[in-house]
Design a protein around this ligand. Structure first.
Ligand code: NAI
Length: 251
């Protein structure tokens, strides 16, 4: 079976992704700041907001990794610096480290968000940030181009989509490793309460109403598992919405 690393495996979408991948026969190694609630084949406790912690965590992983699903994320109620570190710089750094351990046919899936879907308004900015390589250099760029607290979640999810799209072609051409994103709409997980705090109860209720209800974590996990699998071997560089048609209601 394949060895797949899942970040954020200790809650919500990451936990369901880990469970589903295991049911498909993969060996799943979780990575999270909190201990896992379910049985995994391996687990590395790590604070994915710190480059040194990510580097140390990667040193504990097997030499070959077939898949990486980066699901860990923090909501926009967290300080913008932390949102940038976990949702973007740390995620990106982990991808760069693990792609080195992947054989041809390896696959990376990054969990973005429907809130990052509208990146085109700031495409040039996101491209500039994507061109800055490395965690520390990324922090330095962000110090020169500070991201306001309000909207920081959207900003870094947009940035993740743009980086993933741009970088995917290099990963695919040079190494035969695919990289894609999955963009969930509102989903019932512990984070949803934070979105209420971030966006207001009315907005979240109105958003859920557009699609009749928020989604469930086990309605997102299959999209992640599919893009991670060999069935998706000719799919790279996409941002797949798993949102109950949420994005479609905005056209
Ligand atoms: P969750 O809060 O249930 O799970 C997030 C996981 O990430 C937790 O296990 C947490 O411990 C881990 N994590 C956070 N910061 C970390 C750090 N510094 N180091 C290590 N682990 C860390 O949330 P959920 O809903 O499962 O979110 C998963 C992903 O889906 C996130 O990237 C989130 O932004 C994204 N998302 C969620 C939506 C929702 O409505 N629930 C909507 C769109 C995107």
């Amino acid at each position: 079976g394949k060895t797949i690393v899942v970040t954020g495996a200790s809650s919500g979408i990451g936990a369901d992704t880990a469970r589903l991948l295991r049911s498909h026969g993969a060996k799943v190694i979780g990575m999270d700041r909190n201990d896992p609630l379910l049985t995994l084949d391996g687990f590395v406790k790590a604070d994915l907001s710190q480059q040194s912690a990510i580097d140390a965590a990667v040193r504990q992983l097997p030499a070959q990794i077939d898949g990486l699903c980066t699901v860990a994320g923090v909501p926009g109620t967290s300080p913008a610096d932390l949102v940038g570190r976990v949702n973007y710089l740390g995620t990106r750094h982990l991808c760069e480290l693990l792609v080195e351990r992947m054989p041809q046919g390896g696959s990376i899936v990054n969990v973005s968000s429907i809130l990052g879907y509208f990146y085109r308004d700031r495409l040039d900015t996101h491209k500039s940030l994507a061109a800055v390589q490395g965690f520390e250099a990324g922090l330095a760029w962000l110090a020169r181009n500070p991201v306001p607290q309000k909207g920081c979640y959207e900003y870094f999810k947009e940035a993740l989509i743009v980086w993933s799209t741009l970088r995917s072609s290099e990963f695919f051409m040079k190494r035969g490793v695919r990289m894609n994103c999955v963009a969930p709409g509102p989903v019932f997980t512990p984070i949803l309460g934070e979105f209420v705090a971030q966006l207001g109860e009315e907005r979240v209720a109105a958003d859920a109403h557009r699609i009749t209800r928020p989604g469930l974590a086990d309605e997102i996990a299959p999209a992640i598992a599919f893009l991670c699998s060999d069935d998706a071997r000719w799919i790279s560089g996409v941002n797949l919405a798993a949102d109950g048609g949420f994005a479609a209601t905005y056209l």
